[in-house]
Design a protein around this ligand. Structure first.
Ligand code: PGA
Length: 251
């Protein structure tokens, strides 16, 4: 794993953007795996800015998002489809036909999962996957005790995830309890992965992800087995990593 500890959220967002931009300059028809949540918002702002400056284009890019809440329509302000539109898509030239998100209102969610996985494969897999990380170690909505072998599937959200995401809803009760998520198998098949972590609440889980045991109890720990993962974190999220690196230097 390649670890980059940068000073603050702004530096994290800018570093992540430069990786995505170089990916799209070198391979304009890249398949991007996109994430939602607070962490990638700064990355998306940097991408929009550099796109508007004419540095690169999304004209040929293809996107697959990690997950979507079950039961929410694309127009629902808390759906991830809506988030992506507001945070990125409406400002760039990505083609609507090239945008892929699991349909949270599909008649058969099981079929939707199989189709989603199939579409990713048909596009040759994901070239660059962007990930955030939950305080419980989830990536996408792959919650603790995940089955590493699963592709896109229906997941039950962990109590901590529901609590963490309640800030986006009017009440805890309104947070959907289920979602469709790319599985660990889908994520691990990506050619390149960047994981972003910001703020003190992510410090312990980031440490466990990188230095802890590889275990379904910490879903992100599986990334230790991938051969091209870059972790970009700010100093707050990387606090325990900095301590560890200093200890190692003094041994
Ligand atoms: P956050 O969520 O970026 O809002 O902290 C990350 C995640 O749950 O994957």
């Amino acid at each position: 794993m390649h670890i980059e500890i940068v000073q603050n959220y702004e530096a994290l967002s800018s570093k992540a953007a430069s990786i995505v931009i170089s990916q799209l300059i070198l391979k304009p028809d890249s398949v991007l795996g996109l994430a939602t949540g607070s962490t990638p918002e700064g990355l998306y702002q940097h991408l929009i800015k550099k796109y508007k400056e004419g540095l690169f284009t999304f004209k040929e890019a293809i996107s697959f998002n990690l997950d979507e809440y079950l039961g929410l329509s694309a127009e629902h302000p808390n759906s991830y489809r809506y988030y992506m539109e507001e945070q990125l898509f409406k400002y760039i030239d990505i083609k609507t036909d090239n945008i892929h998100m699991p349909d949270g209102q599909a008649t058969s969610s099981i079929e939707e999962c199989l189709n989603y996985e199939d579409k990713i494969k048909k596009h040759g897999g994901i070239d660059l996957q962007i990930l955030g990380i939950g305080r419980n170690g989830h990536i996408g909505f792959n919650e603790p005790d995940v089955d590493f072998k699963k592709g896109t599937h229906v997941v039950k959200l962990d109590a901590q995830t529901i609590e963490d995401n309640a800030r986006f809803f009017d009440s805890l009760e309104e947070v959907p309890k289920e979602a469709i998520s790319m599985g660990i198998k889908t994520i691990m098949s990506s050619k390149k992965i960047i994981l972003l972590a910001s703020g003190p609440a992510k410090a312990q889980i980031l440490y466990d992800t990188i230095y802890g045991k590889i275990t379904p109890k910490v879903p992100a720990s599986v990334l230790q087995l991938h051969n091209d993962v870059t972790i970009i974190c700010d100093e707050e999220a990387g606090a325990l990593l900095i301590n560890k690196q200093m200890e190692e230097k003094h041994v």
